[in-house]
Design a binder for this molecule. Structure first.
Ligand code: SF4
Ligand code: SF3
Length: 533
């Protein structure tokens, strides 16, 4: 077996990619990522025994995020991260003064890439734990940490952090190396990970709202405007803001793609008149949409796919996302991208459909009285949260069908890139309340939780007793940590699809069903019937 990775929903054959990643991850990159995670655990053994160190904590977040699906495909870059990881391990060892005798603590990477790959092949997930249920729960924890690192990275870019959360990252990474811990210890760490992630999502929510103002319902055009253009895809709002500032007055229009769509709802971003439209759909549509976008294109986070030659020369990456041979912008100077956009052909004037975004918790709770009155009057019978990741595999039409077939007296809350399955359909409104409310990115899951908690408060019941059902789609590890957060809040009856994670064993699934009544999706008709009776 040249590699093994099962961390995302498109794991080959529903078990794991073992020849090459369906996502495009090559065996050398898989081995280097496994090596980097091993190195992070080595750092954590010491970092868990000392006070906070800003450099070590920041690196831990960036390195974990680099291993999330569709982020960093560049072996050279991951090799550099491994070397930095070793330097920080030595720093932590000296600072902690701890004497730890175990192979993980003794880790030292080879100096060259081939040597680091060979070492990484010894550190895959199947090499570390024999009991498959324990391994399954440790994987859930590791993928939860990866997902949480993504949200923490965005918060840190906006100057936020949290010492208790950072201490948990180190504690949990170190715990995965402890042979004395058992299944329920790791279940407890998974629940704690979900809880810590709520803190991170609140940090990020506050950072977004304080920096750019609370999102307000905003109509977004899906067409193009005459002139030069740059397409921004990913999740990072600060990067978009910097690009908007640097393109002011240059005759370049900025377009959002994928998870950048909700950026249009923020007052601090929509004030730029050259943030003109949303172009295309979810991440997995990039291969067919980017060739048709004549301007420059930049990724600021996941999800990148192998770029075609037809647009590779006008494609850029920023932040942690990297692809070999694609120009990476380090720092905050986007002049190379701007110059490329000025050289590229213009887009035509071609106005398109208008859709709504910007229903963050402040906007929705601002009309809470109206929503509660509509529920009490029987005009709104049920809420569905149909949210999560989109993906390339078949079986995701379920979410389109579910939204289409949801009765007219129901409201659909949505978030993340899965909404592209239905966000261009016409749903109408209930007494002025749109039936489809786009809460935002996966990064805005906190908003959905706030809305659910506020509704529960208004109806004097628990979230599980609300007329609210969660129909979630997952793809990568950010969805894993959101699921852990929902479970840590005691939320039950979640329907999950399009398929269940390959890293969950039958025993672990039985535990989740018994304690949380997690269900796999079936068909839209059957699930609607089961929910609405
Ligand atoms: Fe396969 Fe997903 Fe891992 Fe890529 S991230 S190698 S598609 S399981
Ligand atoms: Fe999407 Fe990658 Fe998860 Fe942010 S962009 S939700 S899949």
């Amino acid at each position: 077996m040249s590699m093994f990775c099962n961390q995302c929903e498109q794991a080959a054959n529903g078990t794991g990619c073992n020849i090459s990643g369906v996502c495009g991850k090559k065996p050398d990159v898989a081995a280097l990522q496994d090596h980097l995670l091993y190195g992070l655990k080595s750092v954590a053994l010491y970092a868990d025994k000392m006070g906070r160190d800003a450099e070590i904590d920041r690196f831990t977040i960036e390195a974990l995020f680099s291993t999330v699906t569709n982020v960093d495909f560049d072996p050279e870059d991951i090799g550099k991260l491994i070397q930095k990881c070793y330097r920080l391990k030595e720093k932590a060892k000296a600072a902690s003064g701890a004497a730890i005798a175990c192979p993980v603590a003794d880790w030292k990477p080879a100096a060259d890439l081939a040597g680091m790959v060979a070492q990484g092949e010894q550190h895959g997930i199947n090499t570390q734990h024999i009991n498959e249920d324990i391994r399954s729960v440790i994987e859930i924890l590791m993928y939860g940490l990866k997902g949480m690192s993504a949200y923490m990275d965005h918060a840190m870019i906006l100057g936020r952090s949290d010492d208790a959360v950072m201490a948990f990252f180190q504690k949990a990474l170190a715990a995965t190396t402890d042979p004395a811990l058992g299944l329920m210890d790791f279940v407890g760490l998974c629940m704690e990970c979900g809880k810590q992630n709520l803190t991170v999502m609140a940090l990020l929510d506050t950072a977004h709202n304080e920096t750019y103002g609370a999102p307000t319902p905003t109509s977004v055009n899906l067409g193009t405007k005459a002139g030069k253009g740059i397409l921004v895809t990913g999740h990072d709002l600060k990067m978009l803001e910097e690009l908007l500032k640097q393109t002011e007055g240059k005759g370049i229009n900025i377009y959002t793609h994928g998870e950048m769509l909700p950026a249009h709802g923020y007052p601090g971003l929509k004030k730029y008149p050259h943030l003109v439209a949303n172009y295309g759909g979810a991440w997995q549509d990039q291969a067919k949409e980017f060739p048709n976008f004549p301007g420059a294109i930049i990724f600021n986070t996941n999800c990148i796919q192998r770029p075609a030659d037809s647009y590779k020369d006008r494609l850029y990456t920023w932040g942690l996302v990297q692809w070999p041979g694609v120009t990476h912008i380090s720092g905050w100077d986007f002049s190379e991208v701007i110059n490329k956009a000025l050289e590229c052909p213009s887009l035509p004037e071609n106005p398109g459909q208008e859709i709504l975004t910007g229903f963050g918790h402040k906007a929705v709770l601002g009309v809470a009285d109206k929503v509660i009155a509509a529920v009490k009057a029987g005009q709104i019978k049920h809420f569905f949260l149909v949210g999560g990741c989109d993906g390339a595999k078949s079986g995701r039409n379920y979410y389109t069908e579910f939204a289409e077939k949801a009765p007219q007296d129901t409201v659909i809350l949505t978030l993340a890139c899965g909404k592209y399955r239905f966000n261009k359909l016409e749903f109408g409104d209930i007494g002025g309340i749109p039936r489809l409310l786009d809460i935002g990115q996966c990064n805005d899951a906190y908003s959905a939780i706030q809305i659910a908690v506020a509704l529960a408060g208004a109806f004097e019941c628990g979230v599980n007793d609300l007329p609210l059902s969660m129909i979630l789609s997952w793809y990568e590890q950010k969805a894993v940590v959101i699921l852990l957060t929902l479970l840590s809040l005691g939320i039950k009856d979640i329907r999950l699809g399009p398929s269940l994670p390959a890293f969950i064993t039958p025993n672990v699934l039985a535990f989740l069903v018994e304690n949380f009544n997690i269900m796999p999706i079936t068909t839209a008709e059957e699930d609607l019937k089961a929910i609405l009776g």
